[in-house]
Design a protein around this ligand. Structure first.
Ligand code: 38R
Length: 462
């Protein structure tokens, strides 16, 4: 990793840190994701390996490009193309929301990226503003596949899941172990209104509060989810919020256009079985009225070509022998299967030395030719904190009305169970306050910056 000069930290999470760097030889600007020491932390290792494996399969112009994988001194490093900023940065710059035309362009590409993942039976599971990168010319790229997973044979249950709470679908919140692509569609619904208004749609500060926000707007859960909720030991002694006076989306956001509300409502069906697929979403009025989809297909093609040109000189892909020697077995395989951007002829001879600017240039050319890319099935347009219980002023007032019993604090809970209960909104309450009532709208994001994030990652083992 000595060939990279650090330019500054751009992100930090449970996985480790992301640093903007310059390749000293080529001048290419990259983003290096450095994972925490993986030997001591099985979760970090799992996330790193999963991200590498999935990104290797997923190459698409609306997904971030992985350039290089290194393992050094027990740490994994993933080197990505550097993309200018995130949607979260945009929302911070425009706290009252982004304009309609920009949202439409972003959303179109976000859904295309997810449609591509779904067509490969991969669910992202953590779609949120921070994980949506935007290039200078406006090309959107989804990132952070650390929690993504492949759909196993149908009917097989997933025993672990993760998602940032505000964008989490009801089936995940109640602990359904059979969930699917529809969890990403739900997150899209949360995103669209947030991008247009600047206000997170369901800013729950615990899992139970999250369910409250959802039912308040969309009505009660489906029977299966109610049942799962009452069977879930995390919610033992808690009653589901029953909402009488729901505030539906149209009433909450009367200024949003009919086309936007239609799309949001489709994504935000309480019943995951009723949510449309991403391919169906792309056929919505929102994208097809006034000829947007076709027009934008052309525009996007040019944007991608422009980005490819801008990056061309910098492009360089390389895995050093020294990096390879630092690991073994499964990990060696991870480094070895760096098959993208590799000229097959040179692959066997130079397994760990990948340098093929010609293949890169061809790839850039291919990926800019959207029409020939992924077929019409997924490309119908032929383009190519702390959680806490609430004080009395909070939205958890329903808890009292609904007869929620706050269980006693059990001191000897295992760390995991304790944090799971905290996430569920049932744990102990240090420094209790409700930011939604004490702070201005803009401050949602400030909380995140201060590292007391309601967007935090919540890991649950069901
Ligand atoms: C930026 C720009 C500004 N903030 N990322 C995606 C990789 C990446 C990130 N490429 N280009 C960027 N550009 C890891 C940020 N922040 C950011 C974005 C995503 C921080 C963390 C993450 C989550 C993947 C992850 C770097 N992973």
């Amino acid at each position: 990793m000595e060939k990279y000069q650090a330019l500054g930290l751009v992100g930090e999470g449970s996985y480790g840190v992301v640093t903007k760097c310059r390749n000293k030889d080529s001048g290419q600007i990259v983003a290096v994701k450095k994972f925490l020491e993986s030997e001591d932390d099985a979760m970090v290792k799992k996330m790193a390996l999963r991200e590498i494996k999935l990104l290797k399969q997923l190459r698409h112009e609306n997904l971030v490009n992985l350039l290089e994988v290194c393992k050094k001194k027990k740490r994994w490093y993933l080197v990505f193309e550097f993309v200018d900023h995130t949607v979260l940065d945009d929302l911070e710059a425009f706290p009252n929301g982004l304009d309609y035309s920009r949202v439409r362009k972003y959303l179109f590409q976000i859904i295309r990226g997810i449609a591509f993942c779904h067509s490969h039976n991969i669910i992202h599971r953590d779609i949120k503003p921070e994980n949506i990168l935007v290039s200078q010319s406006g090309v959107v790229k989804l990132c952070d596949f650390g929690f993504a997973r492949t759909l196993e044979a149908s009917g097989e249950a997933y025993t672990d899941y993760v998602a940032t709470r505000w964008y989490r679908a009801p089936e995940l919140l109640v602990g359904d172990i059979k969930y699917g692509k529809a969890v990403d569609v739900w997150a899209i619904g949360c995103l669209v209104t947030e991008m247009l208004t600047g206000e997170p749609l369901f800013p729950g500060d615990s899992d139970i509060d999250q369910l409250y926000h959802i039912t308040k707007c969309l009505g009660n859960l489906i029977p299966r989810h109610k049942e799962l909720f009452y069977k879930n030991p995390l919610f033992a002694g808690v009653r589901l919020p029953e909402v009488k006076d729901i505030e539906p989306l149209d009433r909450r956001y009367p200024k949003l256009s009919a086309a936007v509300l239609d799309l949001a409502k489709k994504c935000l069906q309480i019943d995951p079985g009723k949510r449309p697929s991403c391919v169906e979403l792309l056929q919505c009025d929102f994208f097809n009225k006034d000829g947007f989809a076709e027009r934008f297909a052309q525009e996007l093609k040019l944007k991608i070509q422009k980005d490819a040109r801008d990056n061309q000189l910098q492009k360089k892909s390389k895995i050093s022998k020294k990096d390879k020697d630092d690991c073994s077995g499964e990990e060696r395989k991870m480094l070895a299967i760096q098959d993208f951007n590799i000229d097959p002829k040179s692959r066997d001879a130079k397994l760990f030395k990948v340098k093929c600017p010609k293949a890169d240039a061809e790839k850039a050319e291919r990926s800019s030719n959207l029409s020939s890319l992924y077929g019409s099935a997924i490309n119908p347009f032929k383009i190519g904190p702390q959680t806490s219980l609430k004080d009395s002023s909070s939205s958890l007032d329903y808890a009292k009305n609904a007869g929620i019993v706050i269980p006693p604090i059990i001191q000897n809970l295992s760390a995991t169970t304790a944090s799971m209960r905290m996430n569920a909104g049932m744990g102990p309450v240090p420094g209790n306050h409700n930011y939604r009532f004490l702070m201005k709208k803009q401050s949602f994001r400030q909380i995140r910056k201060n590292g007391n994030s309601p967007r935090q990652m919540c890991v649950c083992q069901n």
